[in-house]
Ligand binder design. Sequence first.
Ligand SMILES: [Mg+2]
Length: 355
Amino acid sequence: MQRWILHVDMDAFFAAVERLDDPSLVGRPVIVGGLGPRGVVSTASYEARSFGVGSAQPMAQARRLCPHGVFLSPRHGRYEEVSRAIRSYLAKHSSLVEPVSLDEAYVDLSDWESPEDVAAAVHRDLPRKVGISCSVGLAGNKLLAKLASEAAKPSGLRIIRPEDVDGFLRPLSVERLWGVGPKSARRLNERGVRTVGDLQRADAGVLHTWFGAKLGGQLWRLSRGEDDAPVVPVREAKSFSQEVTYPEDVHDGELVVAELRRLASAVSSRLVEESLLARAVRLKVRWSDFSTQTRQVSLVEPTDDPEVVADEVVALWERRLPEEGKGVRLVGVGLDGLLPATFRPLSLFGSRRTA
Ligand SMILES: [Mg+2]
């Protein structure tokens, strides 16, 4: 049976929500992200992108590139709200909706008689429904559907029919494929493999020699647009947390940091067990006078890496308000914005962070 998978991706989502709520921002370069000294850009509107601003860039650099931009802190609660509206709209079209992030989802349309009409309807009606434009890709699997929506950005609709797959893939550069990061791409380029078409022409045996049987085989399949990953509907986002209450107030900051690292590791192991990634890390501190502080940070890339979680929570601890003379009664580490880990990029040359 021919599968049909839709990939929907809202355009410049955080910036678009800010504009929805404040129309005076329409047409201006809007940059949403951390505004502190170590902040990074989460989302830049297309106007800001034309100045070279992009996600994951240090905010200081974005300010240099686009000094007249409008710089805003993210309002995650509001983005979650719009995200829920998007999901409930998509749920009308299929019981198989897999959210990948707040503004991206896969929808399995294989049961529809005319998936192309459904894709066109989503592309037309979703922006009317939520007030934000989206890009939509429709193809025979997730890999191709995502590449299709990328090709349609911003605000387009792209359908890749089975007979179009090769023509669509061949000219793309290899790093557009999942799991081919900049480092992997460089290693392929050094061997004369620059486009997906080059990769298709590479002999399967040669790919095995270069990358090992498993990854070589994966590359061979990806280059042909083959992917049989199912659309996995997700339970409602939940959060994990663990905390420790001390029998006596603790005044030793190093002890607290060690405890936070232990909690981070314990709570992260639940992510791995349940194949989830966290989008945000939370610190909770209760002081000896029973006042309680909670601090949260959003991650640029969702993670299940205990070290990343520990570093973030320790950084939150180090930025806490100075609580002179107060001891610590309780510390807790929480993980929020949980997502299925099905979409972690394949790793060809070690972890993504080192790529
Ligand atoms: Mg998006």
